[in-house]
Design a binder for this molecule. Structure first.
Ligand code: ZN
Length: 396
């Protein structure tokens, strides 16, 4: 069977009022902030399907019949979809954050349970025992920060800003830039007492105005100027000096590794992630920051700018396959010119990105227009897609 998805829309304050409407034609006549549309079976906001004419939660029907939905030999965990796909429309920046490794999430989750920290407590770090690798595929220009810059770039950025108040804590890293000195500097920066923090942010906001357009630090400074309008006293304003700033172009993708600081700034994208809610925040937020836990779960290693873009394996049989480096999910973009045949080996979620396509199985066919999505059970087997549209496909 092919099941059309009815997906929850998340109206977070950073969401766009127009991006999803304009791209997919999904109605938003009251101009709500539409931040995310979730396609999947997350227990907190599951998609819904119609089964024998009855409206039911995908989360529930999978739990009731895991063999049919997940397949007998599924790589996923026994009771639910191992991945979640989202349309994400950021008008304003999301917090700078780090997601833990799987091992750290298992340990942290058990530890907080033992300590009796409630799952919804504001100081709860680990909401589940899973990691949360993320993959982003841009639909419009998509601005983000991802991973520490190469160390010489971090030194050049901070040098360009001057920042007398930071001189003492920055010196050890500047003299000997390595992972250890970066960790010490980063910890000290996040731990600044309030008065010094205000002072150094004032120095930073003064300095960014003086950077010329052709200076290396200009990209970071212009982002800082933009962020300070929203978070004028936030330590995350130093993020662009420390982290790679990247703007994906439509059709470009990147991967966000565990233990790697990142932030989405603006744009419309498809995001696929492991089914987890584990977030440790590091700035651009009013929410709780647990510095000790954040540092423990952060790898202080640089990622070269050139390695940020994740290229697909080339178009084969109308299909762009992305080399996602985790087992929790795979991602393809189908760019249809003629009919193609596929076979499910896991549950799949398909979202039509443009025009319209037709899904055909032995039993039925279903037209899928831009913005519409379906879920296919692992046990479906062979199916075909025809038409001249493009389709995002998540599976595992
Ligand atoms: Zn994230």
């Amino acid at each position: 069977m092919i099941y059309t998805l009815n997906n929850p829309i998340k109206n977070f304050s950073w969401g766009s009022r127009t991006a999803i409407r304009d791209y997919f034609g999904i109605d938003n006549s009251t101009l709500e902030r539409q931040a995310e549309i979730w396609m999947g079976a997350h227990p907190s906001a599951s998609s819904r399907i119609s089964q024998a004419g009855v409206d039911v939660s995908l989360c529930d029907v999978i739990a009731n019949n895991p063999d049919y939905w997940l397949g007998k030999g599924s790589k996923g965990r026994a009771s639910s979809l191992p991945f979640l796909m989202k349309i994400l429309a950021a008008e304003e920046p999301l917090s700078i954050q780090v997601h833990p490794s799987k091992k750290a999430a298992e340990l942290g989750f058990a530890e907080e349970n033992e300590q009796g920290v409630a799952l919804d407590a504001p100081n709860r770090n680990f909401k589940d025992p899973n990691h949360k690798p993320e993959f982003v595929y841009a639909l419009t220009p998509y601005l983000a920060m991802n991973g520490f810059r190469e160390f010489d770039q971090i030194v050049a950025n901070f040098d360009a800003m001057g920042l007398p108040t930071l001189k003492e804590i920055f010196q050890p890293f500047k003299k000997k830039p390595n992972s250890l000195t970066l960790e010490v500097f980063f910890t000290a920066l996040l731990s600044l007492e309030e008065k010094l923090k205000v002072q150094v942010i004032n120095e930073l906001l003064g300095a960014v105005k003086t950077i010329d357009e052709d200076h290396f630090a200009y990209q970071a400074s212009s982002l800082i100027s933009r962020l300070c309008g929203i978070y004028p006293e936030d330590i995350g304003l130093f993020g662009p000096l420390l982290l790679n700033v990247v703007e994906l172009q439509p059709g470009e993708a990147m991967f966000l590794y565990p233990e790697t600081p990142h932030a989405y700034i603006q744009g419309l994208a498809i995001e696929v992630m492991a089914n987890s809610d584990n977030v440790l925040r590091a700035g651009l937020t009013l929410k709780y920051i647990d510095i000790e836990e954040l540092i423990k779960n952060t790898k202080f290693q640089p990622i070269t700018f050139e390695s940020l873009i994740l290229n697909h394996h080339g178009i084969q049989n109308n299909r762009e396959v992305y080399p996602v480096p985790v087992e929790d999910f795979n991602f393809d973009v189908l760019k249809l010119r003629n009919t193609i045949s596929l076979t499910t080996t896991s549950p799949e979620i398909l979202l039509c990105l443009s025009n319209q396509v037709t899904l055909i199985t032995d039993m039925e066919s279903r037209v899928l227009r831009a913005g519409e999505s379906v879920v296919l059970p692992a046990s479906l087997g062979k199916y075909r897609i025809s038409g001249k549209g493009s389709v995002a496909r998540a599976y595992c």
